[in-house]
Design a protein around this ligand. Sequence first.
Ligand SMILES: [Zn+2]
Length: 237
Amino acid sequence: MQGHAQLVYPRSWTRGKPTLKGDYITISQPEEYQPYECANLVFDFSGLRTPKDVTAFVGQYGLLKRTEGLEKVTDILAEAAAVRLLFQMVIAIRRVDTSFLRDIWQISDFAKLFEAPPKDDDELLAQASVLVAWTINENLAGVPHGLIPEAAFEVDGVSGSPGIFLWVAYPDNLLQYIYYQLAMTINLKTPLASCTECGRIFKVEHGNQEYCSSRCSNRARIRRFREKRQPGQKQPQ
Ligand SMILES: [Zn+2]
């Protein structure tokens, strides 16, 4: 069978033991896995800021565009910064945070699409929405879509229900999986926030959640506790 008939199962990807060589990273001991089973992929990616972060990410998810060989760490960090900026723009649009969007008008890709800065906040928000959609679509250009029958899968040893189908993308590489997950997060109106402690973008699970993890909320609580202590006051031994 040819064409879309082959596409019942989305492509797997390869991860492995990461090795950093200067500005390059590679993997050994390759192991296949299914990125669709990794709900935090796009959030983990958007949090990458250092070569050490990239090494941990590649160990968990693999390289971005190839299953073997070398990739440049600075390129991976640049892609992660681009995804992070898209998340920050979506959060700013939702909160009508026009000062953030105005600050990044000159330094991001707005000028590629629009001749002049917006004359008012409504136009700024509309331009930002267009830029977010355009950038994500550019990164998903050529990615086929198709139906997956749930019955073709087993989850925890239980077969999916016949008659239930999912409409999904068939990415060629991990970066396309990341952009597809980003697109779905926006499409599903997933509540998003940036962690007050570490700046990481996360999915808000409850109320006014400020921190991405219990690690960050604990760290913030300890710091507040230390700041509250009177200067010169001694800790009991
Ligand atoms: Zn955090």
